[in-house]
Design a protein around this ligand. Structure first.
Ligand code: PDD
Length: 298
């Protein structure tokens, strides 16, 4: 079966789906996006993703293309039409099509709305969560509004590729003071020697991650202390554990940074506890639980 995309009101085969060459998303990165996870055909953390989408659109003065409920119905329908049980759903909204001119068009065009669903393998995710990942550090060369989930991702793309070239799975980007901002597509965390979780505070230099928000709630419910302060690679090397977090990576243990082992070099107990609790949260929202579904147990 060929994959089906959604473009401005139409469900089309991926090969036929297209956007206009003068779309401001293509010419100026003038657009925003979300990536949602579907398990058992149900969206995980739907409302937090929609809250962030609304905020990103507001920051760019783009009118939302439609209300949240119809948008959610289209997302669900696209996953169903692609006959996917587990999927990632990529949603992009741009300012729309206009004659090329840097400033916003005086007469706002109709925003472009595009969605693509792709098969997601929770078995592969659990396997990676069991083994952990390697990180490489590099200067954060992105723009100054990383809090907007903007499609201007060239800095992130270059960081991820540099990490890959260095034999790592993810990059941790460093600000001018040598402090970690975040990963190319994940938030960055350490577990200090006293068991406290540490991650950078929200601000213009990081994306307000939905998984970050969920981890904060899990920590609060389980009396785990969190400090929202930046840390250096040296802090990470002195930490018990480290992990990254995102919609598609969940809570993912970090076992090495710049080629040097972190903690025991294996996923540690705090990360594993968070992985289990995050999967419980996922199960409450979607009905999908790795244990019930016979996946490997952490
Ligand atoms: N990335 N930081 C950046 C720069 C990101 O791109 C992402 C998500 C995150 C984690 O946010 P969340 O928990 O809401 O997924 C942090 C998505 C998955 C992507 O671009 O594919």
């Amino acid at each position: 079966m060929s994959r089906i995309a959604y473009v401005n009101g139409r469900y089309q085969s991926l090969s036929a789906a297209h956007v206009h060459i003068e779309d401001r998303g293509f010419q100026f990165s003038d657009g925003v996006y979300e990536v949602c996870l579907y398990l058992n055909g149900k969206a995980l953390d739907f409302h937090p993703h929609m809250d962030r989408l609304d905020r990103s659109l507001l920051e760019l003065s783009i009118t939302p293309p439609m209300g949240r409920r119809p948008l959610g119905r289209i997302m669900d329908r696209l996953v169903a039409r692609n006959r996917l049980r587990h999927a990632t759903l990529y949603l992009q909204v741009t300012r729309g099509v206009a004659k090329r001119d840097h400033a916003f068009p005086a007469c706002p065009p109709r925003p472009t709305l595009v969605m693509v669903a792709r098969r997601f393998d929770p078995f592969a995710l659990l396997q990676r969560q069991n083994s952990g990942v390697h990180i490489a550090t590099l200067p954060d060369g992105r723009w100054s509004r990383c809090d907007i989930k903007s499609v201007s991702l060239l800095g992130n793309v270059l960081a991820k590729q540099a990490a890959k070239d260095a034999g790592a799975d993810e990059a941790w980007m460093l600000d001018s003071d040598g402090l970690v901002t975040e990963g190319a597509s994940t938030t960055a965390w350490i577990v200090q020697s006293d068991g406290t979780l540490r991650t950078r505070q929200l601000g213009n230099d990081i994306l307000p991650g939905i998984t970050r928000q969920v981890i904060m709630e899990i920590a609060r419910e389980n009396d785990l202390a969190i400090i929202e302060e930046p840390f250096t690679p040296a802090d990470a090397h002195g930490a018990q554990e480290a992990f990254i977090a995102s919609t598609t990576a969940g809570v993912m243990p970090v076992i090495a940074l710049d080629g040097k082992q972190i903690g025991t070099g294996k996923p540690g107990p705090v990360s594993r506890g968070l992985i289990a609790r995050h999967w419980s949260h996922t199960a409450r929202e979607t009905g999908f639980h790795p244990v019930q579904d016979g996946l490997l147990i952490l």
